[in-house]
Design a binder for this molecule. Structure first.
Ligand code: SGN
Ligand code: CA
Length: 534
């Protein structure tokens, strides 16, 4: 017979054994990072190119109705203070992949090739057992790495009958680019291995310049006039030379044929010696259309173009005319994006994947829709700094609106967090998992750091960096100028009044400059100082 103490010892030994077994099981679960399908969420990251929040109706319904993106927002969380760190395409994509600022991931501007040997979140997810795939715009020059499957547009891609590069093999496809990207993505989803979770990046080309809508959307908005933004006729007084000397004005810098779809008649353009750059550019897009597509295209624009060519407007009227043509084509491209978002959401519903799939909708940067008289992006002013951001994940996120300041730097750590993969220490963003559940960490960021580098270059936007807090924005333009701007955002939401030299803001300037300096030390962005004018 065992004594009580012997029985107790035996019992304790058993518990120890079980405890050790449990520890081993837990250790395996945590360290291997292998996430079986069914428990780990799928990730579907939809990013459009240059999609301004002003053109998504759940953000602002003045210009367009986007029922499918709105649906996503209704069923998920919508961020009202989401920003990018460098408002241009390739840099934004490199930030997404790495969770690191441009000066560390190497892609400071659109001219640099991404070093695909570096750590990215798709690679880490793949190691952890995810299937990874990429569709659409890539723009990083080097071949994608970390994806089981990729099917991308070369460079910027084309709207009509575009070429795609599927796993290294280039071929011309028939159809409209936004539809094809979604078709390919859905085809892959339907044939993927269902025993693994997936992470899919669906990157639209639209609504990037030169804004060529699908034929079926050409009649949209035909008989209406879109309102021009209140800052359309901005004279840039109080702003630095950087704002005054850019080349992104709707009135002056859009091309008549390529951007505004008013080419010279075929007979004229065919006879042009060497053709002008604008006409050449236009033909590089238009000539991709089939004969039937060209007919339908020409019919849609004919009467407006004839009226324009018969009695061309001038001065302010011309600027207004250009705005109408620009904004309508831009919005028509978004109509197609929204419809295709709807197709993807329908598929998730039909396949039973919706509840366990994190769906993100965002843009690589914001865009000017006539604010300050502009198109394009690049500046740290609100319209290009802000990105639309919606995240839906029914299994964990309750619908709502989030006002914490978040960055595109946060995508990589967020996805790793959801997948149960350890977030490497060198990632600079932070997981949004607490933020989206209204459990924002107490030490969440109170300011964001920004740095834009592509100058001299197209659109002539000067290099600049800056800091934005809930109230202020401080910007320093450098390289061949040395100009500071300060905006008091609640008092001046359109950023028309640079108060950097206003004595009433002296203390604010002092504090913000110190904080900006501190942020640069923290993120390790000090190399650029070699380029500062002496
Ligand atoms: C092209 C566009 C520019 C645009 C850049 C970068 N010109 O060069 O207007 O700013 O891309 O855009 S175009 O004549 O080729 O259309 S980005 O989104 O890829 O950064
Ligand atoms: Ca872009």
């Amino acid at each position: 017979m065992r004594t009580r103490s012997q029985a107790g010892l035996l019992q304790r030994a058993r518990w120890r054994k079980r405890g050790a077994f449990l520890i081993v099981v837990l250790a395996i679960a945590c360290s291997v990072n292998r996430s079986p399908a069914g428990t780990s969420p799928n990730i579907l990251f939809i990013m459009s190119d240059d999609h301004a929040y002003q053109a998504i109706s759940c953000y602002d319904s003045t210009l367009i109705h986007t029922p499918n993106i709105d649906r996503l927002a209704r069923e998920g969380v919508r961020f009202t203070n989401s920003f990018c760190t460098n408002a241009i395409c390739a840099p934004s994509r490199a930030v997404l992949l790495t969770g690191k600022y441009s000066h560390l991931n190497g892609v400071v501007d659109n001219r640099v090739a991404f070093d695909g040997s570096q750590q990215t979140f798709p690679k880490l997810l793949r190691t952890a057992g995810y299937q990874t795939a990429l569709f659409g715009k890539w723009h990083l020059k080097s071949d994608p790495t970390g994806f089981d499957y990729w099917n991308i547009l070369p460079d910027q891609g084309n709207y009509y009958n575009p070429d795609f590069i599927e796993m290294g093999v280039r071929a011309k496809r028939k159809g409209y680019v936004t539809d094809i990207i979604t078709d390919d993505c859905l085809a892959w989803l339907k044939t993927r291995k269902s025993d693994k979770p997936f992470c899919v990046l669906l990157h639209n080309k639209a609504p990037h310049r030169n804004w060529m809508p699908d034929l079926k959307h050409l009649p949209m908005f035909r008989d209406e006039a879109k309102p021009i933004p209140p800052t359309f006729f901005d004279d840039y007084s109080t702003r630095s030379e950087a704002a005054r000397r850019q080349e992104m004005r709707i009135a002056d810098d859009l091309f008549l044929a390529y951007d505004l779809k008013v080419p010279p008649p075929d007979s004229v353009s065919a006879g042009m010696p060497g053709k002008t750059t604008d006409v050449q550019l236009w033909h590089s897009e238009y000539d991709r259309l089939t004969a039937e597509e060209k007919n339908a295209w020409n019919r849609a624009y004919e009467s407006e173009n004839t009226a324009f060519q018969t009695s061309p407007p001038g001065g302010e009227a011309l600027a207004r005319w250009k705005y109408q043509r620009y904004i309508k084509d831009y919005l028509r491209c978004i109509a197609s994006v929204d419809e295709n978002v709807g197709r993807v959401l329908d598929y998730l519903d039909e396949s039973g994947l919706a509840s366990n799939t994190i769906v993100v909708y965002t843009s690589d940067q914001g865009f000017y829709l006539g604010e300050h008289g502009w198109f394009d992006k690049r500046f740290m002013y609100e319209e290009s700094l802000r990105i639309p951001l919606i995240i839906r994940y029914p299994a964990e996120i309750r619908p709502g609106i989030i006002s914490d300041m978040v960055l595109n730097l946060d995508f990589a750590p967020t996805f790793l967090d959801y997948a149960g993969v350890r977030i490497p220490d060198d990632i600079q963003g932070r997981s949004l998992r607490g933020v989206v559940r209204s459990q924002t960490p107490p030490d969440w960021r109170q300011s964001i750091y920004y740095h834009y580098y592509e100058y001299p270059a197209v659109h002539a936007v000067r290099r600049h960096y800056g800091l934005r807090t809930a109230r202020y924005k401080l910007i320093h333009f450098y390289y061949d100028i040395d100009a500071w701007e300060l905006y008091d955002l609640p008092a001046d939401p359109h950023e028309l009044n640079n108060c950097y030299d206003d004595p009433r803001y002296r203390e604010a300037v002092r504090q913000l400059t110190t904080e900006l300096d501190r942020q640069q030390m923290i993120v390790g962005d000090t190399e650029y100082r070699k380029l500062l004018p002496r």
